[in-house]
Design a protein around this ligand. Structure first.
Ligand code: NAD
Ligand code: ZN
Length: 397
């Protein structure tokens, strides 16, 4: 047999920059990222999500003024392109087509920049459009929610939902740079400010006990959306996510594991079963709670450790039960179990789930005990009912 085989190595630089007021003309962070020292001004298009423009009507003008102040060094090819964000933006292909069409119309090329400003959903859409047009433009992310600054925006994945499945169509494409700016939170709803905390708790649970304790100490401040406490949580969460991407040896998830997706097998399904009534971060809080109770019931995790995690999530304002956990279809099939089946399918047929041995120590398991999952759900339901009776549950979150 004749064959050719070589190992192809590609190195990526993955940068997350922390700044404030990214589009203030006196802030050089973005212009320095875009100036590559080649002497040529690369074409740039900015995509902003509608919610930001509605909350801050002068925003597109601020962006335009920023580029104008940079003079000939930067070249904005058109007015900031405003698209709808939120999960609905991921549920259709039309946003991707609209972005491809604009990339074509303004003749963006492989050396051009597509800067996306928005929440995790918009970044997933813009990331996919920029990864696929011309097989990849330079993509700069400016995440504007706590969740996207803690987790999704600083990662290397993009995607849209299809066939009733989250992120069915997507790619791994490290962004050219990510710019985290906490000034965006000024217009973010309390619900969306809170939503990102669950990803910080998640990564603390599986990777960093010390960080978990910092979040515990800061819980009251985080509940009041104290800027310093939010900055601390986001900074460390982003750092742990980036460290995983750089150091795990499997940034593009070729293996059978999705180690950072603790609590996510249930979370992704809950988002979909709730028709996206639950935000990703809210569903993640329920998913973590379920896997924590399950880990304890399986004998992996001490009761005191499990109680601390549930307590922390509750004190951050999360509900740890959702009626969709017990949903059945017409044939009486339990819908949530599709969550682990989809994980299995997604990763080549071998089920790999992350569970907890202790706060700060996750581990992988390849089986799931359905009866124990059901018992865990009943326990969460009873805990929730107890809190409601005491008037302590978060209502209408
Ligand atoms: N690619 C990844 O690796 C990855 C990882 C985790 C999560 N995700 C995805 O991220 C998405 C969730 O992201 P999210 O929590 O940021 O939610 P989101 O993008 O849906 O944003 C939440 C809401 O806030 C609005 N919004 C965004 N920024 C705002 C601001 N500064 N002021 C006012 N309103 C603002 C949005 O329009 C939306 O209504 C999910 O689709 C999830 O699947 C992706
Ligand atoms: Zn997540």
């Amino acid at each position: 047999m004749d064959s050719l085989e070589r190992i192809i190595q590609v190195n990526w630089r993955h940068r997350v920059l922390f700044t404030e007021d990214v589009f203030n003309p006196s802030n050089p962070v973005l212009s320095e990222v875009l100036e590559t020292g080649s002497g040529t001004a690369h074409k740039t298009m900015v995509v902003v999500e509608q919610a930001l423009v509605s909350a801050r009507p002068g925003l597109t003008e601020e962006i335009r003024a920023y580029f104008e102040a940079c003079g000939a060094r930067l070249k904005l090819v058109c007015q900031p392109f405003v698209v709808r964000g939120g999960e609905q933006a991921k549920n259709s292909w039309s946003n991707i087509s609209a972005l491809h069409e604009a990339i074509d119309r303004y003749h963006l090329d492989r050396h051009s920049y597509l800067i996306a400003v928005g929440g995790g959903a918009l970044l997933d859409v813009a990331g996919l459009a920029s990864a696929t047009a011309h097989r990849g433009l330079r993509h700069v992310r400016v995440p504007t929610t706590t969740l996207s600054q803690c987790d999704s925006g600083v990662g290397v994945k993009n995607g849209v939902n299809a066939f009733g499945k989250k992120n069915f169509i997507g790619t791994f494409a490290p962004p050219f740079a990510v710019i985290n700016d906490c000034q965006w939170f000024r217009t973010l709803s309390e619900r969306d400010k809170r939503a990102g905390y669950s990803e910080a708790v998640k990564v603390a649970c599986i990777r960093d006990r010390n960080f978990f304790e910092v979040i515990e100490r800061d819980a009251a401040l985080l509940n009041q959306f104290n800027a310093e406490a939010m900055r601390r949580a986001i900074r460390r969460s982003a750092e742990l996510h980036v460290a995983h991407i750089a150091d795990s040896g499997d940034p593009f998830e070729f293996g059978t594991a999705r180690p950072l997706d603790f609590g996510h097998w249930a979370a992704h399904k809950l988002e979909q079963l709730s028709s996206f009534r639950l935000r990703h971060g809210e569903a993640v809080a329920v998913g973590i709670a379920l896997d924590v109770v399950y880990s304890r019931r399986m004998g992996y995790l001490e009761s005191s450790e499990a109680a601390r995690i549930l307590e922390l999530l509750s004190s951050l304002g999360f509900e740890l039960y959702a009626p969709e956990l017990t949903l059945r279809d017409r044939a009486q099939q339990w819908r949530l179990s599709e969550g682990w089946e989809e994980f299995r399918e997604h990763l080549g047929g071998r089920l790999t789930l992350t569970m907890l041995r202790a706060i700060g120590t996750g581990f992988e398991t390849h089986e799931i005990d359905e009866a124990k999952v059901k018992e865990s759900i009943v326990e969460l339901q009873e805990r929730h009912a107890g809190l409601v009776n005491k008037g302590l549950a978060v209502v209408g979150a």
